[in-house]
Design a protein around this ligand. Structure first.
Ligand code: FE2
Length: 364
């Protein structure tokens, strides 16, 4: 069988960059999620306008960047959105080629291809705009052997196995009411993604709130981007709460894959990360829905880990509380056993847990 060439080859997520109020402290906080600081750029390395720390766990690179001056675009971004995701950077074979392909298909260019070089090699990077003020950098590395990027110094990390997180499973965006389909077709048109699954407000609704969600993914399945929009409910939906506090569309959560979710979650909780609380009654019906979990049931229940099943297998997942002052970005840890879904069977229990916290914040 002859298959058409991938219209937009992507090798994986290269890094995810946050603009934050204090990069040094943010990088330290992520030790509670098992990340190790591996690279730094700041005044000492010749970076005059910003400080950036790259932290790593498994294949995941997170970058925290803070501004040196109030007139900086980074400072303005933090003022508008609070700490949040600025860049979901995609690793591609040829950044210049990907950039011109994206722009020719209608993407908005943010920065044209630029080559960064030091004695460890070179990295080429270009950027395009996506929802809200979020961007996708397109990064080609071609064997670059430095700690992160030219301009960064190495922090002598040693072991980056951390708490057993391996890679980014999916990155979820929240967009405004009525905009979900526009962004689904953006990824289809610009990057050749296809729609994997969608959930309507019938699937995802509680007494108070509802949302709609569609998932786009790349041809090889390496990238999965669910996109949510609020749906009509009795009270303010969790997506509206996010949009109100973030001030625009943006990244809602990052799901990180673990091979041992119980060990990962126990380590994170011991280090101070807070997770959503699930009522004990959840596990009475969970063992009937997903009998495969029986041997692990006590460990899962003790840690509040959720379970779901689809035609391909089952999955285990858990959600953190928001990790900054505003009720915006949070994390998911997921362990897949064949299942390709996103835990639709948990949406009701999960959203009720989110709404309990929303009510405590006075936002329900
Ligand atoms: Fe998720």
């Amino acid at each position: 069988m002859i298959t058409a060439p991938d219209p937009f080859p992507i090798l994986g997520i290269d890094y995810i960059e946050f603009y934050v109020g204090n990069a040094r402290q943010a990088a330290h906080y992520y030790k509670a999620l098992g990340f190790t600081p591996v690279a730094y750029a700041g005044l000492e390395t010749g970076s005059r306008d910003r400080a950036s720390y790259c932290v790593r766990q498994g294949e995941i690179n997170l970058v925290f960047t803070g501004a040196m001056h109030s007139e900086s675009g980074i400072a303005r971004h933090v003022g508008d959105h609070g700490d949040g995701v600025y860049d979901v950077a995609l690793r591609v074979p040829d950044a210049a080629e990907s950039y011109s392909a994206a722009v020719s298909r209608g993407a908005t260019g943010v920065s044209p291809p630029e080559t960064f070089e030091d004695d460890r090699g070179k990295v080429v990077r270009a950027s395009i705009a996506t929802y809200g003020e979020t961007i996708h950098s397109l990064v080609s590395r071609d064997g670059y052997s430095g700690a992160f990027m030219p301009g960064f110094s190495s922090l002598e990390a040693g072991d980056t196995k951390g708490f057993g997180i391996r890679y980014v499973d999916h990155v979820v965006g929240n967009v405004e009411l009525g905009k979900m389909n526009e962004w689904v077709s953006f990824y289809e048109r610009i990057m050749g993604f296809t729609e994997l699954v969608h959930f309507s407000d019938d699937d995802i609704s509680t007494e108070y709130s509802a949302l709609m969600s569609k998932v786009v993914w790349s041809g090889e399945g390496k990238i999965k981007f669910p996109i949510n929009e609020p749906a009509q409910g009795k009270r303010k939906s969790q997506i509206e709460e996010y949009l109100d506090y973030y001030g625009s569309p943006g990244v809602q959560h990052i799901a990180m894959a673990s091979e041992d979710i119980v060990g990962t979650v126990e380590s994170m909780r011991a280090a101070g990360l807070d997770f959503l609380q699930i009522p004990d009654t959840y596990y009475q019906d969970a063992r009937e829905r997903v009998p495969e979990i029986e041997p692990q049931l006590n460990d899962l229940a003790r840690n509040g880990i959720l379970v779901d099943k689809d035609e391909d297998g089952h999955l285990l997942q858990i959600f953190s509380k928001p990790v900054q002052d505003r009720p915006t970005v949070f994390y998911e840890v997921i362990e897949r056993h064949g299942a390709r879904g996103f835990g639709a069977g948990n949406f009701k229990a999960l959203f009720e847990a989110i709404e309990r916290d929303q009510a405590l914040r006075g936002n329900l």
